[in-house]
Ligand binder design. Structure first.
Ligand SMILES: [Zn+2]
Length: 379
């Protein structure tokens, strides 16, 4: 067996017969409330005084960012929106936005990019370097670390010790926030560091746990091939899997395309990023390494695990989930009246073992995420 066989999470809740629109924030709020109301209340209460550190494990493009954003959406910001800390002291610049979210998502890729920018522009560089001087332990001098981050040293990769120090730096800016860490460990030699991270953070006595996200490669491939972004606001959508409300047809080629539905973007035509038509081919090595680390960590003892699966075998799906929780596939045709018709049908994909599956909408995966998190925290 090539894939992993995670338990199928049953989202059918006795008594809830209502259908929900999982593509709108309002619909999702009702859905989460109906299906996980008590867990969300417990999580909110927990997060008023406590935090956690969770490592998101899944292949590139498996939806780690999307699922944690939906988790954050469901749990919501803290009640106190005042820009004052509990002691009454005014928060430093940049702390306000961190302070209102109970939960944050830290992508290692973004952290490295931010630090790169800080060094380049000089803004925040002094604080960063002072932090590294105090906290970095590794084989490079600070000057070498700077050169590596800036890519001036092309021979050395950003080492695990540097990544740990940069993560520490980012986390130190969010003292009262529960955190999802995305992109670490992403190399075999980083696994040991991830186990020690809670100790490295020292002052934190939060529980830590692992979140495994299993998504068939065919789903990742389809997501990449069909994704388009707005050239103005950069919102990602998908012609096949997540269209906007405005569809256009290219007069020259006959191709259908999406237009951004953010009013500020004035129906800008959404575009494909060059190379996306190749799907997972260019990242195949990376996916394989992600898979090795994923499976290695699945064997780890001593850390609680949350297991999320995106796909469910089609022949038993309806025993566990509702039709509206499944990702549909969209296609388009021009009607006789010249208007573009949107055709919605069930999307069937083969999982990594060739079994025909349906793919859950992100909100439905997030529901399992919320419930399992409450369980892992003992709420
Ligand atoms: Zn836009």
């Amino acid at each position: 067996m090539k894939g992993v066989d995670f338990p199928i999470f049953n989202t059918k809740t006795t008594g809830v017969v209502e259908k929900f629109d999982l593509n709108s924030p309002e619909g999702r709020a009702k859905y989460f409330q109906a299906k996980a109301g008590p867990e969300i209340e417990k999580l909110k209460k927990y997060l008023e005084t406590k935090t956690f550190v969770a490592f998101l494990m899944g292949k590139k493009n498996s939806g780690k960012g999307t699922y944690s954003k939906l988790f954050m959406e469901a749990v919501g910001p803290i009640r106190n929106r005042s820009p004052l800390s509990p002691s009454g002291a005014r928060l430093r610049a940049g702390e306000i936005s961190n302070g209102v979210n109970r939960v944050g998502h830290i992508s290692v890729g973004d952290v490295v990019r931010d630090v790169h920018k800080a060094i380049k522009t000089g803004e925040g560089k002094k604080e960063l370097m002072a932090f590294l001087e105090k906290n970095y332990r590794g084989f490079h001098s600070l000057e070498e670390v700077e050169n590596i981050i800036m890519g001036r040293d092309t021979k050395s990769l950003v080492s695990s010790e540097v990544i740990v120090a940069l993560l520490q730096y980012e986390i130190s800016k969010r003292p009262r926030q529960a955190i999802f860490i995305d992109g670490f460990p992403r190399a075999l030699d980083q696994i040991g560091y991830s186990l020690m991270l809670r100790q490295v953070l020292g002052y934190r006595e939060d529980p830590d746990f692992l979140v495994f996200i299993s998504v068939p490669e065919s789903v990742i491939d389809a997501r990449i091939k069909a994704r388009v972004i707005c050239p103005i606001c950069h919102t990602p959508r998908s012609l096949k899997l997540a269209p906007t409300v405005f569809i256009g047809q290219d007069e020259a080629t006959g191709e259908f395309y999406l237009m951004c539905d953010d009013p500020k973007c004035n129906k800008a035509r959404m575009v494909t990023k060059e190379g996306d038509e190749l799907g997972i081919e260019p990242i195949r090595d990376r996916l394989e390494l992600d898979d090795v680390i994923f499976k290695r960590l699945l064997d780890l003892k001593g850390l609680p695990q949350i297991k999320l699966r995106n796909s469910i075998p089609a022949d038993k799906a309806w025993d566990f989930i509702e039709k509206y929780e499944v990702t549909p596939m969209y296609s388009y045709k021009k009607g006789v009246d010249g208007k573009i018709e949107v055709i919605e049908e069930p999307w069937l994909v083969k999982d990594d073992d060739g079994v025909e599956c349906v793919s859950l909408l992100p909100a439905s995966v997030a529901l399992g995420f919320i419930k399992q998190t409450a369980e892992v925290l003992g709420l």
